[in-house]
Unconditional design. Structure first.
Length: 569
């Protein structure tokens, strides 16, 4: 133990400060040799009863600790803010950057040499990665893991995806309210994250494809004993990573982001991955842009999971999980390091698929060219996103008349009106739901189909907004229109009756209105004043970047790896 570790500055001194740092820790019963210069491993935990998807993380932390002790390290668990996607208002995304600040400052301020990130629910994984990237210690991830498959009336049902379907069926009079309520308990019947390929499982799959976790982390169910074993092995590995000085930035490079984009396309991953990857890249000062997501646009869909397919994460796990996907993608994967100090291709090497109806081969995919599609045009000069694998083929090339909702409240108040002047060919437009407008860029882009059309059997329409949508959602939904309406983007000037053209093939989103007329509308436009005048929400509003820059706060981009030299006493 000749090399002085980062933690030495806290626990190595024979002076008053060293006494203070060690002595207070000893009140927990740690012996002298815990401070003998061994790697001190922080376990950054987003456990919370208000984040039900992360409620299994206390047990997993114990698994990590076993591994850290076994490898000769000293584990210390600490809490950070937790973000319960289904529980927070106005939206958990408003607080992703606050979690990232908490993670960054906690890691930096404490005397740890490496960190294990325990996250799972949608915003917890990216928030933790953003924060950890800005400190750049050896870092590894253990995810919550998905819930067991939902079960109801003899069928498998998927988190989120079936909620959207059931609620439309109730509105169409095809499902009773009693059945709707009864499905609740069957949908969420174990610990873990949404068991569809929603944002949580997308981010866990991406983490694995970026080599930031051990192989198989993405799909093992939360309650599978093998996840506890994975946590144990992760604890062992982070101690070795500290010995090897394998920093976050030595694992994750630009090539890792390209692999993430490829993997996201192959698994039919969430549109939310776009803003999260852009934000993490921003922290690492890696030049990633919306255009880079084109890399995934020609990648076929290999994973037949909801919302793009029919199976669930438990099935994905038993079919072989991410190692099979990485094996299928191996010819395309960029050479990139992993937490094992080995190339990412080794994560998939020799992986066998046990069910080709769940994971297809690259040559016989479930859908061709299913990756996210980036659209540009006068309606989205800085881009917008569409997920073709979850959209209706017949709407991917479409021109229709806009029907505009000026706010989320207006949409909710009027969407069920029998006299709403819309047809199945209308383009529903929603304003004021971007990073600043909502604020927090809520997952409201998949507006419900107007009730009168639901009754006629319409189940999908083109919808355009500056919002995001849940990774579990589906439909021909154009999201993240940038600049957002609240920033004075063209979206702010769309009026009911204007024509809008969409071409997924050509990557086009156009407002078919003369520029002169758009300019005229702009002259009389007044932005809605922010309702937040204090606290974090005000800071967020004043500093949030647009979606094409990852919606991080402008002053958080980049990193600070300078050692801390000042003492507290
Ligand atoms: Fe937490 Fe889906 S709501 S993972």
């Amino acid at each position: 133990m000749s090399k002085k570790r980062r933690s030495h500055a806290w626990y190595g001194g024979k002076d008053r400060d060293g006494f203070i740092h060690r002595s207070w820790m000893k009140n927990q019963g740690f012996p002298d040799h815990a401070f003998d210069g061994r790697p001190i491993i922080g376990i950054c935990n987003t456990w919370s009863e208000l984040t039900p998807c992360n409620s299994g993380l206390r047990e997993l932390a114990e698994g990590v600790k076993r591994g850290v002790w076994e490898a000769g390290g000293f584990p210390v668990e600490f809490p950070v803010m937790s973000l319960g996607e289904t529980q927070m208002k106005p939206t958990a995304m408003l607080f992703r950057n606050l979690l990232a600040m908490d993670v960054e400052e906690s890691i930096r301020a404490y005397g740890i040499d490496g960190v294990v990130l325990l996250g799972g629910c949608d915003k917890t994984t990216p928030g933790q990665l953003m924060g950890a990237a800005s400190v750049d210690l050896p870092t590894i991830v253990v995810s919550s893991g998905p819930m067991l498959n939902g079960k109801w009336q003899g069928k498998d049902i998927g988190s989120g995806t079936d909620v959207w379907k059931f609620s439309e069926s109730v509105r169409a009079g095809e499902m009773t309210l009693h059945d709707f309520m009864a499905a609740e308990s069957g949908m969420s019947r174990s610990k873990g994250v949404c068991m569809t390929m929603g944002t949580a499982s997308t981010m866990a799959s991406i983490v694995e494809a970026m080599g930031m976790s051990l192989p198989t982390n993405a799909a093992l169910p939360a309650v599978d004993a093998r996840r506890m074993a994975l946590a144990h092995l992760t604890g062992k590995r982070i101690v070795e990573m500290v010995e090897e000085d394998l920093l976050f930035s030595k694992v994750v490079t630009r090539e890792s982001f390209e692999n993430a984009i490829l993997a996201n396309a192959a698994v039919g991953g969430s549109t939310n991955a776009v803003v999260h990857l852009l934000a993490i890249a921003g922290r690492m000062e890696i030049d990633l842009s919306l255009n880079d997501f084109e890399l995934g646009s020609k990648i076929p869909l290999l994973v037949n999971c909801m919302p793009s397919g029919k199976y669930l994460m438990e099935d994905f796990c038993y079919a072989g999980g991410m190692p099979v996907v990485l094996n299928e993608l191996s010819a395309l994967l960029r050479p990139a390091n992993t937490v094992l100090s080995k190339d990412i291709k080794l994560y998939g090497e020799g992986a066998k698929c046990w069910n080709n109806d769940v994971i297809s081969s690259f040559d016989k995919p479930f859908k061709e060219a299913a990756g996210l599609c980036v659209l540009y045009g006068n309606l989205a000069p800085r881009g917008a996103i569409l997920k073709p694998s979850a959209a209706s083929d017949h709407l991917l090339e479409h021109e229709g008349e806009a029907y505009v909702f000026e706010s989320i409240e207006e949409m909710k108040d009027t969407i069920n009106n029998d006299d709403l002047p819309v047809t199945k060919d209308s383009v529903l437009v929603l304003k004021g739901c971007g990073p600043k407008g909502y604020p927090g860029m809520a997952e409201v882009g998949n507006m419900p189909i107007p009730a009168k059309l639901v009754k006629e059997g319409v189940r999908d329409m083109v919808r355009v907004s500056d919002a995001r949508m849940s990774g579990t959602a589906f439909g021909t939904v154009i999201l993240h229109v940038t600049p957002e309406a609240q920033e004075g983007g063209t979206l702010a000037f769309v009026k009911t009756g204007d024509r809008i053209r969409v071409s997924a093939e050509k990557g086009i989103l156009e407002l078919l209105v003369e520029q002169e007329e758009i300019d005229k509308r702009q002259e009389s436009w007044i932005p809605t004043p922010s309702r937040y005048t204090r606290g974090y929400a005000k800071m967020y509003y004043d500093h949030v970047l647009q979606a094409d820059q990852g919606a991080d706060l402008d002053f958080l981009v980049g990193k600070d790896t300078k050692p801390i030299t000042r003492e507290s006493h």
